[in-house]
Design a protein around this ligand. Structure first.
Ligand code: SF4
Ligand code: SF4
Length: 430
């Protein structure tokens, strides 16, 4: 690793804050599974410090150990939430990853994935469409539409992998029939207030029904939703991998979309915890605000309660806190308020709702086995809760937890809270 100015300014400054108290150990999902000191924040920091202080052959000797420690991190923020010295551990890991890929380049899988994102080549859209056309040949449907398993050998997808149903029409296709959702023209006086909706890549291409349900709920609350087709990926996955150049390009594209919107479009709402966390970290244009959908609905609570007229879902529902919502944005009360409104006394907490599910963006693809060990803890908690539905405001967590449910053969469905709300608002009976 080279001693660059970035390393000195970010890593050195943060390293000096760590008092080696070990409070991060009890909450790190990687440490819980591996029991290896270099996998937890304290150990990673000691290793990075050693490396910075050594040179030549000693650096070489530590190098592989170091790369592995930096690679084995979900960026879940659990250690930061538990660190009384406020060490920005995830920033150090991201800085170290930037250093590593500057020397070695990106992992080929990540290189491929990042090149097809919206805002880069955009071929992700085509890839999902081809996957849906080949559905009968390449995929096997799981019962009750709970996902797909491969029929044929495929790279990165094994027999236990469960992916969403690969829709024929993505969110952009579906919205082309609803021009009001795509226009950026200022509304005539007296028309409904408008907001920008940022669906994120997973909702846009894998679960567009969640995007349509969000738009429906917002319409019922009296808002017109604008969904620009020019949104790029938020860049979280590229930033996490250390590909800062791509993250900066994607951020710039999204900032351009926000800056070009009419001046009544000052609020960006998203239902993806990771996208919201990333968008809130942008240098946003003056007057633009980003909100998670649960924050926005909480602000609309009086209107929403009236719309629901006391209707509730008669199934036991539990909730998984996405790391990027709870630890990244400090949002815990609003989704719970929403689920209590939806389910009443049928809402139950998991034993450890705050624990990471092991998805971690591309971590679940490149470190499948460890990711599944971490997921197993969540599935055990879910089983104990006896819930029939598990809700979460992160598409990545929902995909990961659904895979765990299918592999454990549990009769539980995964849903975004907005899906449950939309179902209730459309139902006649409470
Ligand atoms: S909790 Fe913070 S201060 Fe304590 S060992 Fe971990 S990183 Fe260092
Ligand atoms: S961010 Fe999560 S996985 Fe990474 S060191 Fe901290 S607790 Fe462990």
């Amino acid at each position: 690793m080279k001693n660059t100015s970035m390393t000195e300014t970010i890593i050195q400054q943060e390293l000096s804050k760590c008092v080696k108290c070990g409070s991060c150990m009890s909450v790190c999902p990687i440490y819980r599974q591996t029991g290896r000191e270099e996998m937890v924040a304290r150990g990673k920091l000691v290793l990075i410090k050693h490396l910075l202080e050594k040179d030549g052959s000693e650096q070489e000797k530590l190098s592989d150990f170091y790369r592995q420690a930096v690679d084995y991190c979900l960026l879940c923020h659990s250690c930061e939430e538990n660190c009384s010295k406020n060490v920005k551990i995830t920033e150090i890991i991201k800085a170290a990853r930037r250093e590593i890929i500057a020397e070695t380049g990106l992992h080929p899988v990540k290189k491929f994935l990042f090149a097809i994102l919206p805002g880069k080549s955009g071929r992700l859209k085509t890839l999902v469409k081809v996957g849906s056309w080949l559905r009968l040949l390449a995929w096997r449907s799981l019962p009750a539409g709970s996902g797909l398993r491969r029929r044929l050998p495929m790279p990165l997808i094994d027999d236990q992998t469960v992916i969403p149903n690969l829709p024929k029409k993505n969110l952009d296709d579906q919205l082309r029939k609803r021009p009001v959702c795509r226009q950026t023209r200022r509304p005539a006086p007296g028309k409904r207030p408008r907001l920008l909706y940022f669906p994120g890549c997973a909702t846009r291409y894998l679960t567009p029904e969640v995007g349509m349900q969000t738009i429906m709920v917002l319409e019922k609350l009296g808002f017109e939703t604008v969904v620009p087709e020019s949104w790029a990926c938020c860049g979280a996955v590229t930033e996490a991998a250390g590909d800062q150049k791509s993250a900066d390009q994607l951020q710039e594209k999204n900032l351009r979309v926000m800056a070009a919107a009419d001046d009544d479009l000052t609020l960006v709402v998203t239902g993806c915890a990771t996208c919201g966390h990333t968008l809130k970290s942008y240098p946003l244009p003056e007057g633009i605000k980003v909100m998670d959908i649960s924050e926005f609905l909480y602000e609309q609570r009086e209107k929403l309660s009236k719309l629901l007229q006391g209707k509730t879902i008669k199934k036991k529902i539990t909730y998984h806190d996405p790391c990027h919502l709870r630890k990244g944005q400090g949002i815990t009360a609003q989704p719970r308020w929403l689920l209590r409104l939806i389910a009443g006394d049928n809402f139950v907490e998991l034993r450890h709702p705050e624990r990471c599910c092991g998805s971690g963006g591309s971590f679940g693809v490149t470190h499948k086995s460890l990711s599944r060990q971490i997921l197993a803890e969540k599935i055990a908690d879910l089983k104990d809760s006896k819930a029939q539905i598990i809700a979460s405001g992160c598409p990545g967590c929902l995909i990961q937890i659904n895979e765990g449910i299918q592999n454990a053969d549990l009769n539980v469905t995964t849903d975004h809270p907005i899906t449950l709300l939309a179902q209730l608002l459309s139902s006649r009976e409470g």
